[in-house]
Design a protein around this ligand. Structure first.
Ligand code: CDP
Ligand code: MG
Length: 150
């Protein structure tokens, strides 16, 4: 099982899509092992997006991420990193596949609703940026009986 990091960005929170987005991960059968609302500090947002430091959009991106609350989540399941990434869709919502979260809810890359980690290494790093170890919950997902081959 993989773990990935998901952030529901301030635009989605403001537009009232928290429930609909979380619902998609539950419907897929993923297990949520961490979940919280927070208003990120500048330090946290910069750390999360540190690979983008120096890009012309970096300041705008950080300002957007700290403009309002976000929902931070850790999602666990088979191939969670790659599957969640596919559910999220391409960075530019108009180029994302129909049915992806970004296609279905957003129009521009500057406000594209959601973040999902792009690799197992980045998922580990991003989970670490947002969550303390004791905030992640180890629980048995009874649903797995009907999701995964023994
Ligand atoms: O989020 P994703 O991994 O798909 O895209 P990224 O290339 O890693 O960029 C991170 C985030 O920065 C994107 O989701 C966009 O919200 C934002 N961005 C932007 O506002 N303008 C750009 N030219 C590129 C990225
Ligand atoms: Mg990225």
């Amino acid at each position: 099982m993989d773990r990935t990091f998901v952030a529901i960005k301030p635009d989605a929170v403001q537009r009232g899509f928290i429930g609909q987005i979380i619902e998609r991960f539950e419907r897929k059968g993923f297990k949520i092992v961490g979940l919280k609302m927070l208003k990120p500090t500048r330090e946290l947002a910069e750390k999360h997006y540190e690979e983008h430091i120096g890009r012309d959009y970096f300041e705008r991106l950080v300002a957007f991420m700290i403009s309002g609350p976000v929902i931070a989540m850790v999602v666990e399941g088979k191939n969670a990193v790659s599957v969640v990434r596919r559910m999220v869709g391409s960075t530019k919502p108009h180029e994302a596949e129909v049915g992806t979260i970004r296609f279905d809810f957003a129009q521009v890359k500057e406000m594209n609703i959601i973040h999902g980690s792009d690799s197992i290494e980045n998922a580990k790093r991003e989970i670490d940026v947002f969550f303390r170890e004791d905030e992640l919950v180890d629980w048995h997902h009874d649903l797995e009986l009907w999701l995964y081959e023994k």
